[in-house]
Ligand binder design. Sequence first.
Ligand SMILES: [Zn+2]
Ligand SMILES: [Zn+2]
Length: 415
Amino acid sequence: MAERIFIGVAWPYANGSLHLGHIAGAYLPADIFARYHRAKGNEVLMVSGSDQHGTPITIRAEQEGKAPHEIATRFHQEFLTCWDRLGISFDLFTSTGTANHAEVVQDFFLELLKKGHVYTDIMPLAYCDQCQRYLPDRYVEGECPFCGYPEARGDQCDRCNKPLNFNELIGPRCRLCGSAPREQESQHFFLRLSHFTDQLLAWVRQQSHWRHNVLNFTMRYLEEGLRDRAITRDIDWGVAIPQAGFEHKRIYVWFEAVIGYLSASKEWARLSGNEERWRDFWCGDARSYYFIGKDNIPFHTVIWPAMLMGYGGLNLPYDVPANEFLTLEQRPLSTSRNWAVWVPDYLERYDPDPLRYLLSANMPETGDSDFSWREFVRRNNDELLATYGNLVHRVLTFTHRHFDGCVPAPGELVA
Ligand SMILES: [Zn+2]
Ligand SMILES: [Zn+2]
């Protein structure tokens, strides 16, 4: 019987072009997986979309003197072109900027609030006196209290991947002006994550089919115990909070972006002409797979499952096959240092298939892997052209010469 396979792929921030690390980390493996299951006769729903909210977009907009939605729209269009040309076969690639997404997020929020999984509290936020503004988490940098990485951000450490609060950073500084922010209190909504620790531990212990790195990271993370996390912020760019008194605040991007998997599925169902069809992929024996990079593991193995447990009635992830990182000429890819091969640049010069081949043959599944132009040329010339091209050429020549140019009917196999 045909299986139902839901495939959620990481939502790229619409603040810059995609690079090869994104493709090797999430999009290509997801596409291969989706094509395999479709070829097998299974029903597949593969969705993702542009993450249009959050400070990566507002930082870029401020740098360019543009409105955040202009930046988000520009890169969303670019992503769509990339998927088309690379052959990444999404059933829907939408964005977090749709009315449908806002509606689904607000419903999710209100349901968690009703069930007591979301509550209000006062929290200290970073306020920069120099810039006279609240600083969203990514506007604050400092030393990671867990691993000592000196450039950890106020929301997460890029080295040990642990989520953080800005006031846990050692020596925090404002990214805009460099001065030390001070704490200022503000009322916000919190997700009662602490309540889910035991339930999550029991669930994760059953996931023996997960990759070791994913399972180990998640277990270590849970064994330290979960703390409640704020899900709203003092910003004006994002999904509105459906509660009086919070008109000038927004739902924080990490909370609403993961709900995108569900909102995209509902949008797809509506577009397919059957509004309820999303349930086929979210309830019952459908299996859901999330393709992400390793920096996204806790959001998909801890936070999103906790949100789903709280909401109720929807499937938890079946597997989260997070990939490791791709390096470029042995150095980490870096958007801020412009050390990357950008997908639009690649596609201007070369065909997609040699890239898909190289990244598939050298995918960072169990450890980081490296991309170099020399290896790209070598694999193209030696493997695709000489080895595979030669095989195709010989088979065609043989068929042409001995079978009058027609593929013969298969004979009986002789042992
Ligand atoms: Zn760290
Ligand atoms: Zn400042």
